[in-house]
Design a binder for this molecule. Structure first.
Ligand SMILES: [Fe+2]
Length: 169
């Protein structure tokens, strides 16, 4: 089989993954909107297509060899979350400030703060991989803050009540 590295096909696999991953989130958001507007069958279709997009995204990842063992995946995830929290989002916050786009500034700053928390959670899991106690995670539906155990009474980042947080079992 031909070498994949540095080919146009490798670039296309990355592009396919990015497109399909985006489509997955678009379609899930459209599904929620359709549900709220009283179109359950359209919502179902969007969810089905979202699942299909995930199949395509995963196929690209598989061909790229991008999924490694869990230790390596944790290391990769820590690096990605750290980059996003320390480089990408701070720059985005600054630019949104300069351009006076407050809604974007808030969204970027929430993400900036939460990426640091994600990196810490991932690092802890990597360091204690073979002795991790089991527990549920909770995610703030507004800023994405993520905690192990129980949600706080109110989110320290955005103020959303803990009762509204999403449980991940
Ligand atoms: Fe929050």
């Amino acid at each position: 089989m031909a070498q994949l590295q540095a080919t146009k096909t490798e670039a296309n696999l990355l592009r396919s993954f990015a497109e399909e991953a985006q489509l997955n989130r678009y379609h899930l958001a459209y599904a929620r909107q359709a549900e709220m507007e009283g179109y359950p069958q359209v919502s179902r279709l969007f969810r089905a297509i979202a699942e299909s997009a995930t199949v395509h995204a995963n196929a690209a990842l598989r061909v790229l060899g991008a999924i490694r063992d869990t230790r390596a995946n944790l290391q990769g995830a820590i690096a990605a979350e750290t980059r996003a929290g320390q480089e990408m989002y701070p720059e985005m916050v600054q630019l949104a400030d300069q351009e006076g786009i407050r809604t974007a500034r808030v969204a970027f700053d929430y993400a900036r703060q939460v990426e640091r928390i994600h990196a810490d959670l991932l690092r802890y899991s990597l360091e204690h991989l073979d002795e991790l106690p089991s527990g549920e995670y909770y995610v703030c539906p507004v800023c994405g803050n993520t905690v192990l155990g129980r949600p706080p009474d109110v989110c320290p980042i955005c103020g959303t009540p803990g009762s509204a947080w999403m449980r991940v079992v």
